[in-house]
Write a protein that binds this ligand. Structure first.
Ligand code: AMP
Ligand code: GLY
Length: 417
């Protein structure tokens, strides 16, 4: 198979790393890719959000499977356009990806399917939203309706913070309307399923660490580390999430004439009343993908193709009975402003251990050197027979990476230990 993966983050390095191991692979491309991805795929300079460019490349390189990593190409309709052009695509349609791109849409789907989620109200104007906050008080969660690059959610503990959040959201990306919801209490978990629109194949659970600093302090980020499996998402809770949340939502999408196919990421709060949905993403989590795929023993490529073909029925997945843990190294300043261009050394020594893999998230190569080229830069990933061993191994590798302006959390996986 000739495969094109869209994206250039840690998630796409894990996807290409996994696909590259398939005996069915003939040729692998990634657009735009990064310095790590270049070791397993041909990185190409095209805009992954531009359907015309993607389709022209698929024609010229006779691509058999297009795999869409991030949400932006989904929101731009690249999946629909490539399907219409006759290509096989792993990634939901734009209409189905609304489960990620619009929070009010997802709330309506939850209402119509009975999937448990936080109580909410949606508003189109700052004045109405502020009146609701004054009437209901804090704590309250304020969310931009649209995609806001991970910066659209404020968990406000005071009324003043909630009111300030309204101005911040209406002035920022994803503004235009706002969802106000009840603050849920519990532990968070990420739950992933693969679906072709008919069959649902549970993939794995993982736990992400969204705050920038140790002890879950500091600003929210895209994720500073993750591990899988997560003991908090027990088989019983996973079944509740599958039967009570994911399946009804997918059935509702089919009933609406916009079946969802691809990977579905359910962000859950494990509350005393059972799992409740916080959000849906129409893609793999990042860094959750980096700690899930190394556990998968089954060849990923035919599974992705079966998903795209509507032929997932009968597929079974085989997992390594180990914990996998990823520590994200980010540039000092992230998730605020940071410098690019520092030289990173020691990567070969750090991954000398066969149980360690370093996924690149934001790197580039220049004159034979690896340079930092993003906020989240590396995902130091290790397998171990239990969470403690995976963690020790990942941190031993992280300590060998020489990068003056990098930082990482030192407590990834603390809840599992
Ligand atoms: P989201 O972008 O929807 O995943 O939200 C980002 C983070 O905000 C989540 O990972 C949670 O930590 C937090 N959050 C979102 N919604 C709620 C809620 N209803 N109650 C408590 N925390 C929330
Ligand atoms: N790790 C959170 C996300 O991928 O959105």
């Amino acid at each position: 198979m000739r495969v094109l993966v869209l994206g250039g983050g840690g998630r796409e390095h894990a996807l290409t790393w996994s696909i590259a191991q398939s005996p069915l692979l003939e040729k692998l491309f990634c657009a735009p890719g990064n310095a790590g991805i270049a070791a397993v795929a041909d990185c190409i300079d095209l805009n992954p959000d531009d359907a015309e460019q993607v389709i022209a490349f698929c024609h010229s390189e006779k691509i058999d499977l297009l795999v869409i990593g991030p949400e932006a190409p989904l929101a731009a309709g690249v999946s629909d356009a490539a399907c219409a052009a006759g290509f096989r695509v792993f990634g939901p349609s734009r209409a189905a990806a609304m489960l990620e791109t619009s929070k009010t849409f997802t709330k309506q789907v939850c209402d119509d399917s009975g999937a448990p989620t936080a109580r909410y109200a949606a508003f189109d104007t700052p004045a109405e939203a502020k009146a609701h906050i004054r009437a209901n008080g804090a704590p309250i969660v304020v969310k931009a309706d649209g995609l806001a690059a991970g910066k659209g959610v404020i968990v406000a503990e005071t009324e003043a913070d909630a009111l300030a959040a309204i101005d911040h959201i209406f002035d920022g990306p994803g503004g235009g309307s706002v969802v106000l919801e009840e603050k849920l209490i519990g532990e968070e978990a990420s739950f992933f399923v693969l679906t072709d629109g008919k069959t649902i194949l549970p993939l794995a659970g993982a736990q992400d660490h969204k705050r920038a600093y140790d002890g879950d302090e500091g600003p929210n980020t895209g994720g500073m580390g993750a591990y899988s499996p997560t003991p908090s998402l027990t088989p019983a809770l996973e079944k509740m999430a599958l039967d009570g949340i994911v399946t009804p939502i997918l059935n509702e999408m089919s009933a609406r004439g916009t079946p969802y196919a691809g990977i579905l990421y359910a962000g859950l709060m494990l509350t005393p009343d059972g799992p409740k949905l916080i959000e849906i993403n129409a893609r793999f989590g990042d860094p959750e993908c980096q700690c899930i795929l190394p556990r998968l023993k089954t060849d990923l490529l035919p599974v992705l193709a079966a998903c795209a073909d509507g032929a997932l029925a009968g597929t079974a997945l085989d997992w390594r009975d180990e914990t996998c843990l990823t520590v994200v190294m980010a540039a000092k300043g992230y998730p605020g402003s940071y410098e690019r261009g520092d030289v990173i050394d020691g990567l070969d020594e750090a991954q000398a251990d066969p149980k360690v893999t370093i996924f690149h998230a934001g790197t580039k190569t220049q004159d034979g050197l690896t340079l930092a080229n993003g906020g989240r830069v590396l995902g130091i990933t290790a397998l171990g027979e239990n969470p403690a061993k995976a963690r020790t191994r990942a941190y031993a590798a992280a300590s060998m990476v020489r990068w003056n302006n990098g930082f990482y959390r030192t407590d990834i996986g603390w809840r599992a230990l």
